[in-house]
Design a protein around this ligand. Structure first.
Ligand SMILES: [Zn+2]
Length: 203
C-alpha cells in the first residue's frame, strides 16, 4: 500500500515547499492511514462545538461524536469525517474525528464539516490543504451507510474549496472511494469535484 497523500506531504516538506499541512478526509471510511502516519503527541480530547442546526438522533448510540486532540504536536493536522459503523473497526485517532451515525444526510453532514474545518483552522495554520474527496458518502453507495445526495456531495466540495480560498490556503484534491450501484453516479460525483473547483476558484 502506498499512501499518495502522505508521500506528497512528506516530499513537499523535505523540499521546503511547505512546513505544515492539513488533511481533510471526506471518504466514508475513516482516514486511518493519515491518522496513523501523522499521529502526533496525544493530548486531551475536547469536543467540537455542537452543531446548532443538527437534527441528529440524540440517543448516545447513534449520536455523532467528534474528538479533538487539541493543538497537534506534529506538522500535519488530520481531519476525518466518516461513518462510525464502517471499516476500519479500529480507528486510530485523527486530530479531529467526526464519527457520523448511519444515514446522515446532506444538511447534517455539511454542518459537521463546516464545524470541523472551522475548529481545525482555529488551532492550526496549514501551508497546504489536502482534500480527500471520497464519493462513497453517497446514499446509493454499496460500501457506505451515509445518505448524501449528488447535490450534497457537490456542496461539500464547494465548502472545502471556499474555505481554502477565503483563507488563501493552497489546496490539492484527490479522489477516493466510490462504489455506487450505478457507475455513472460515481463518475458524476468525481466530475462534480472538478466542476466545483472551477466554479469556486474562477468565480
Ligand atoms: Zn471509502
Amino acid at each position: 500500500m502506498i499512501h499518495d497523500v502522505a508521500v506528497a506531504i512528506r516530499r513537499l516538506q523535505r523540499d521546503d515547499k511547505i512546513r505544515t499541512a492539513m488533511t481533510v478526509d471526506c471518504d466514508v471510511h475513516q482516514g486511518n492511514g493519515t491518522a496513523a502516519i501523522f499521529a502526533g503527541t496525544r493530548t486531551e480530547s475536547v469536543p467540537l462545538p455542537s452543531v446548532s442546526s443538527s437534527t441528529l438522533p440524540t440517543n448516545s448510540a447513534t449520536k455523532a461524536g467528534a474528538k479533538m486532540r487539541g493543538v497537534h504536536a506534529g506538522e500535519v493536522f488530520t481531519i476525518s469525517l466518516h461513518q462510525h459503523n464502517n471499516y476500519p473497526a479500529f480507528k486510530p485517532p485523527s486530530s479531529i474525528d467526526v464519527d457520523l451515525p448511519d444515514g446522515v444526510g446532506d444538511d447534517n453532514y455539511l454542518a459537521w464539516l463546516d464545524n470541523a474545518l472551522s475548529s481545525g483552522l482555529r488551532q492550526f495554520e496549514p501551508d497546504l490543504l489536502c482534500y480527500v474527496a471520497g464519493a462513497d458518502p453517497y446514499r446509493e453507495d454499496q460500501l457506505g451507510g451515509l445518505a448524501l445526495t449528488i447535490e450534497g456531495l457537490k456542496k461539500r466540495d464547494e465548502l472545502v474549496f471556499r474555505v481554502a480560498r477565503a483563507r488563501e490556503i493552497p489546496i490539492m484534491v484527490t479522489f477516493a472511494g466510490g462504489y455506487a450501484r450505478s457507475v455513472e453516479d460515481t463518475v458524476t460525483i468525481h466530475s462534480n469535484t472538478v466542476i466545483a473547483a472551477k466554479e469556486v476558484f474562477t468565480a
